[in-house]
Design a protein around this ligand. Sequence first.
Ligand code: NAI
Ligand code: MG
Length: 505
Amino acid sequence: MTNLGFPENYVEILPEVRAFLQSDLKLHIGGRWVPSISGETFETHDPSSGRLLARVPSAQADDVDAAVRAARATFDSGAWHLKLSPSDRGRLIWRLADLIETHAPILAQLDSLDNGKPVKKAQQVDAPLSAEHFRYYAGWPSKIEGATIPVNTPGTFNYTVREPVGVCGLIVPWNYPLLMAAWKIAPALAAGNCIILKPAEQTPLSALYLARLFEEAGFPAGVFNVLTGFGETAGAALVAHPGVDKIGFTGSASVARTILRNSADTLKRVSLELGGKSPNIIFADADLEQAVIGATWAIFGNNGQSCTAGSRLYIQRSIFDRVLTGMSDQAANIRVGMGMQTDQPDLGPVVSMEQMHTIMGYIEDGRSSGGQAVVGGQRIGGNLANGYFIEPTIFTGVQDSMKIVREEIFGPVVCAMPFDDADEVLHRANETPYGLAAGLWTRDLQTAHRFAARMQAGTIWINTWGDTDAASPFGGYKQSGHGREMGKEALDLYSEVKSVWIRVG
Ligand code: NAI
Ligand code: MG
């Protein structure tokens, strides 16, 4: 069996990846590698080929309890936030960034195999952005400051200090396995917390590999713990555990509601980064060439499996046909294939059979309610029949009220709809329970600023789509979440402010 029995057209599996997949994968708790107490495991598969990749431990409530005790002990000992200087903490975080960079080819293969995304994208986008995220936050431990407050009481001195929240349970999704973990881990570390990471059950591998890099970097044991497991077991136990001070979550709105309910008894802090149905508006005066490419990748980037996917496309009526023709040409040229194939595709499969069925269900629903898939709309078979591949799909003939226009699909499906004037489209764009991102394409400065001010979303992209940066805050209005990740705002999610009063007079 060559290349571990993966399809013949796969790039060579790196020896480190090969060894990792063939090793006895364990939970990482308190600096040690341990099996789950119950001995239960689950399988993770390659969505490009359906092939079994590895078995990983399925953490249950007692494993969560062990991880919480380990993280708690490290936190209470002050080994991370008190005994190390801010500069030393920054140096360790920076070292981790360096290690992510040097191990990028390995991390990229793990994420590509687990998630299906093209390995080249994982290596050129996910891994460097993750490293960059740690670099940005490596600068923060030495800059998290309090204030002296001019209070009214005579003879009294009042100041604030920022302290870590404590033990943070970080629950992340499968769409950018390494990067979504980095978005949460880096600010939590910079603020001085101890962490328990629970990767998505679809993509547990890079999180376990990351724990090795934490060890290699020299972090104190117990600062970073990883529990692989399911949401309903490991995730739910983390949320309910009284020893967890904070939950940082990225995923679906429905699970977010469950998390809020289940965190009520302990009243722990919860921050949420959820989905969207982001409107993307093209005005007739836009640079159409740029807008067509932008709108195409706003939805099809990462196969539509992005919380910010530009899935509701509003095109001014006079240019509707031109834009649609342009996008159809673009979409027809998108090469879909296996994430690890030597001849790298633009897009891989969707993450799982379950997601594929969900997405195909939305496509069927769009058709049966009167919409037309003018491009795509089918599962891809042939030599891709063992994986979960869906054609990039453009729907027309749909109305704002339809399910396909209202609900997050999280797949390569865009609804293109004409509009007539600015007030109308602004109203329609905001008519959604979500508010993660919104975009517009125009050369008119007034329109740009007016829409930037009036669209209800945490991120507005004008003549561009999808830009993010570790330094710039990111998060949702309305049902797209609570709190802001990235930038200095993320430090608020992972710290408490203490107000100290001293009688001096
Ligand atoms: P999900 O919300 O179930 O999974 C996200 C994470 O939450 C995973 O780590 C999962 O194990 C965990 N989780 C699940 N149930 C939990 C519970 N009761 N308590 C604690 N943690 C729990 O997302 P899923 O089912 O994988 O995807 C379904 C839909 O969610 C997608 O189609 C998409 O619409 C949305 N989604 C949005 C994401 C985003 O980036 N905003 C990312 C992933 C999914
Ligand atoms: Mg789920």
